[in-house]
Unconditional design. Sequence first.
Length: 571
Amino acid sequence: MAIGPVTETGFFYDFDCPVSITPNDLGKIESEMRRIIKSKLPIIREEVDREEIKAEIASLDEPYKLDILDRISEGETITRYYIGSPDGRKVESSLFTADSLPPRDYWWDLCAGPHVNSTKEINAKAFALLNVAGAYWQGDEQAPMLQRIYGTAWETPEELQEYLKQREEALRRDHRKLGKELNLFSIQDEAGGGLVFWHPKGAAIRYQIEDYWRRSHIEAGYELLYTPHVANLDLWKTSGHFDFYFESMFDSMSVENQAYQIKPMNCPFHVLTYKNQLHSYRELPLRWAELGTVYRYERSGALHGLMRVRGFTQDDAHIFCLPEQVASEILGVLNLTEKILSDFGFKDYEINLSTRPSKSVGSDDIWELATDALVEALNTKGWKYIVDDGGGAFYGPKIDIKIKDAIGRLWQCSTIQVDFNLPERFDMEYVAPDGSKKRPIMIHRAIFGSLERFFGILIENYAGDFPLWLAPVQIRLLPVSDEVRDYAQLAAKKLKQSGLRVEIDNTGERLGKLIRTAEVEKIPVVGVIGKREVETNTLSIRTRKSGDLGALVVDNIISRLQQVIAEKTTI
């Protein structure tokens, strides 16, 4: 037995056993679970002594439980829970007596709890085992590979069925599956895990995302930066990343007997850019943004498509401002975030405000100022938010924004963090009105989080059926015979000159097959070309959303598509 925690949507348990557990076994296991539920067994909590439970676990030859025990901090209460009652043990419950229980029906596990009082409180019709997967112990690829059984449990059968329906839809939208089917990206084993290869169609979408991002930021008063990918290791010691983030950093490299570190963050580079010259209060705020690629070590067992990778591009920005400018700058970030997320189709959010933790840096006054500024900005927006008391970073409070996708799932994307730590560590200054030197306030913020993860969310949100402005191929021309291919080339050239992304299907297949292929590849618009279209200088237009639109002259097609693209709608 290994470990069996809850997850956001259910639970899993890891096993190290000599036989392979297959999907065909899940029904048998479910039947046994229902038998246990119907037995109405008590669930009993017991506080245990560390050395006594260690000896008992060792006698059972359960090495993973010993490892779990060793991970429990000294002084922390250690508990185990019984399902049922071992023979002779007093049941501390008015609902059950030890004599009423079958002696074989008990089992215990280390757990912090809490749990229901009895298995009879579990709805036998509202749980399901979902699948079997492999998992390394503690996510460490050097550790044994275990067998993991995933399950889910709800209060009612109706809730279970709703979840299973959503799960089926989520599997249909899985970005790893669609990324392969639509030829958007790959993760090549030969290059190592967690590194993303953007294929031409995926790269076309990324270009649109980046171009939109840059234009939006320039319009919002940001300036763009480009910074190196590596720096002397001492920089990361000054920033504190070496002390607090070392396990997530790749090994350093030696350059002329000096240690260099590939960057896990962009922040110190922006700080050094600020420190390149002394700034006056009149120059602040400074808003600097960068699509900066960073590299972080993730265990192989933790990698997951585009959602968890080792190299990714953050849409990073840092604002250096005066204390009295914090509230207005936070409001500006919220407005920009709302505009960008809305344009990508996300309009429902969950907002979290995280406040000062017990261990933190900075004075009470600066924490109060920063927290009040975040609250003021949220209230000005009229956004409801959840307070995570004590959940802020040690260097400042923050706002986290989770976006809701097309099937109701929440994704953590945008974050806004006030930082008192780096300005202090790097001795950042500005010249105040009285000529004195003072510390600026630093605001970290990202809207997408990372391009890779945001792209994965986009794929799943749209099920690969991107809106016209993002689609890698916006219109595909379908010539029905060789005689019309010259006209197809001329039409494609005119469409491309207008800025549209165009392809010609020259496979020579029959029209029905050409249309079907375009449907499977989720091409938003196709233009059929036959003899009549050549004679009338038109294209017969068909869209995924609206079906046949009839024969249209090329100029009319261009103006119509350009309007849809500008409005970021569908056709």
